[in-house]
Design a protein. Structure first.
Length: 252
């Protein structure tokens, strides 16, 4: 151009789809930064995989443990005893970390099953809540979900059956919902698991004996004189605190 001055500049346009090395056009400082080795990015492991947390207090409760045996399909057994779980004093976050800790440190490779004993469970004392259980299951690695083959639900009460049948389809993943197998009596569990493959607590056996002689207590039709079976708390709808606790004494 005519009348060009020292302030003139040039523009170099490169097509974006051309494989051109742009380093010659960098300033000296930019070239120096480019020559430095790339910094490695380290990411913290998820909190549920932390191995330094002390779970000895939860281990002592024996509500969730790996059994020595397997079912007849070769699935290693994780036993859950609902009555042993103190729901009011254990938050959902710590329960999740504990479940992940047990699976990551104790579960061998291969498929596994869960034997859940619902015998004499009380909602207020032993139930962490359906949403928390769903949250924990959803957080499991996909490999662990695939390895879980079946959940044996021992001694389901009437309320448990209704909740799972109605809300389970919405709150539980489809894969988990269809893995639940109800077992109303221990004699039916032995069809899938040999007796010496899993330890049955004494109170679970006693509860099974009561149900054997009073089969309708499963459905809240016959009174349970031993107070060993879960029944719907009918008097809760009255709304008075003293009546609520009185009803539990006779109907739990």
């Amino acid at each position: 151009m005519r009348g060009s001055t020292s302030e003139d500049f040039s523009v170099l346009v490169l097509a974006s789809d051309l494989g051109v090395d742009a380093r010659p056009f960098l300033s000296p400082s930019e070239r120096e930064r480019e020559s430095l080795p790339a910094e490695e990015n380290w990411h913290d492991c998820p909190s549920h995989l932390a191995s330094d947390e002390d779970f000895s207090d939860l281990d002592a409760l024996h509500f969730f443990r790996l059994e020595h045996g397997s079912d007849k399909s070769g699935n290693r057994i994780f036993r859950i005893v609902g009555k042993y779980f103190p729901a009011p004093v254990i938050c959902g976050e710590r329960l999740k970390r504990y479940v992940f800790h047990k699976i990551n440190t104790e579960m061998p490779e291969g498929p596994f099953c869960i034997v859940y004993m619902h015998s004499t469970v009380q909602k207020e004392d032993n139930n962490p809540g359906l949403t928390i259980l769903r949250w924990i299951y959803e957080e499991l690695p996909s490999d662990s979900k695939d390895r879980l083959q079946v959940v044996y639900f021992i001694h389901p009460g009437l309320r448990s059956r209704l909740v799972v049948a109605t809300l389970g389809r919405f709150f539980l993943s489809g894969g988990l919902y269809w893995k639940i197998k109800y077992v109303s009596r221990l004699q039916y569990l032995w069809e899938s698991i040999k007796k010496d493959e899993i330890e049955i607590p004494e109170f679970v056996q006693n509860h099974d004996d009561v149900l054997e002689h009073r089969p309708l207590t499963d459905y809240g039709i016959e009174p349970d004189l031993h107070h060993l079976t879960e029944m719907p708390p009918m008097a809760f709808s009255l709304g008075r605190f003293d009546e609520r606790w009185a009803s539990r004494e006779f109907m739990s």
